[in-house]
Design a protein. Structure first.
Length: 337
């Protein structure tokens, strides 16, 4: 049985940045880690009367669990994080609008003369057994059950060059990318920038639409299980994700078209390397077969995803088949616990 470790931070151990922190846990490659994460409001929003501006303290938003150091990881390597399980830890979750945060309101970067949106909170009932969360309108009796699709909005490693970045910022290290693709069953790959890699995870979402348009998802504390592993001597410029059906790349930047370009550029290069294609041939294939869902269009940087169906690869595998091997480790864990 693979080694299993547990990480449950105390309130003072949560981090609010990537970089600049000593690891809470150090593990060898291939270790399973059972961890707890708090929601983006640090557990301070419990109901519709708890306005984040009144019960939360900036910059103590978006806490992450970690960092976790992987033994032997060094710059030039790739840190792999396979998500075994992501399960809401409570029977409720919250979402909100903010006056100056979101895609459809005035922000500090998009100055407008019109008033900002109202700050408002929505409380969702979460039923893990039924696999649902219930949306309730605040200004009518309308309600609707939505399927749970748990994911982590914030996953990343320590940035390069001793930089420290707030946990709300997505960039080349990962961070607050807010892509619904970061769900159980996927393997995420991050460039190692410092010894140990120093991966941190947080910002659980019971579900989220692509783009996270209002600025928040169905924000939930999570009980999460991951397998962390290491690819020596190989790295990419920005995080990648692999599911059973797709290879995915990420771009984190402003403006949105540059985030799109970064994700597509890496997808063209990855596709070409796997299939042995010249650059423009790979460009042509991705242009006709690729997908481009949004991660977030609200954070300090925006996130775009590039996706290519693995069915087009003719049996070729990324990272020497690491995703499939980690799926087997996850299956063994779930059978024997």
């Amino acid at each position: 049985m693979t080694d299993v470790r547990t990480l449950t931070p105390t309130p003072d151990q949560y981090a609010y940045a990537f970089g600049g922190r000593e690891p809470l846990l150090s593990v060898p490659p291939g270790t399973i880690v059972e961890l707890a994460t708090e929601d983006c409001f640090a557990g301070n929003v419990h109901g519709v009367e708890d306005l984040p501006s009144q019960v939360c303290t900036f910059p103590f938003l978006n806490p992450v669990t970690g960092p976790i150091a992987v033994e032997g990881a060094e710059p030039g390597d790739t840190l792999a994080v396979h998500f075994v399980e992501i399960v809401p830890a409570r029977d409720w979750a919250v979402s909100s609008t903010f006056p100056h945060f979101g895609a459809l309101t005035t922000t500090h970067a998009t100055a407008m003369l019109h008033p900002a949106l109202e700050e408002r909170v929505w409380l969702y009932d979460v039923d893990v057994a039924a696999g649902t969360c219930r949306f309730r309108a605040r200004r009518s009796d309308f309600s609707l059950e939505l399927p749970l699709d748990p994911m982590h909005g914030t996953v990343g490693v320590a940035p390069a060059a001793s930089e420290v970045l707030m946990s709300i910022t997505p960039a080349a290290h990962g961070g607050n990318m807010d892509t619904p693709e970061m769900r159980a069953g996927v393997t995420a790959y991050f460039p190692v920038n410092v010894p140990g890699g120093l991966v941190s995870i947080g910002d659980g979402h019971a579900r989220q639409g692509e783009g996270e348009v209002c600025g928040t998802a169905v924000e939930a504390a999570m009980r999460t299980v991951v397998v962390v592993d290491l690819v020596k001597g190989e790295t990419a410029a920005s995080p990648r994700i692999e599911s059973d059906e797709f290879l995915m790349t990420t771009g984190n930047a402003r403006p949105l078209e540059d985030a799109f370009r970064i994700s597509q550029h890496d997808l063209v290069g990855w596709t070409g390397a796997l299939l042995g294609l010249e650059e423009l041939d790979a460009y042509q294939l991705v242009s006709q077969a690729g997908l481009a869902p949004a991660g977030n269009v609200v954070d300090t940087n925006y996130t775009m995803i590039g996706k290519l169906p693995k069915a087009l690869l003719g049996g070729r595998v990324a990272y020497d088949g690491l995703h499939d091997r980690l799926r087997e480790v996850a299956a063994e864990y779930q059978r024997t616990r």
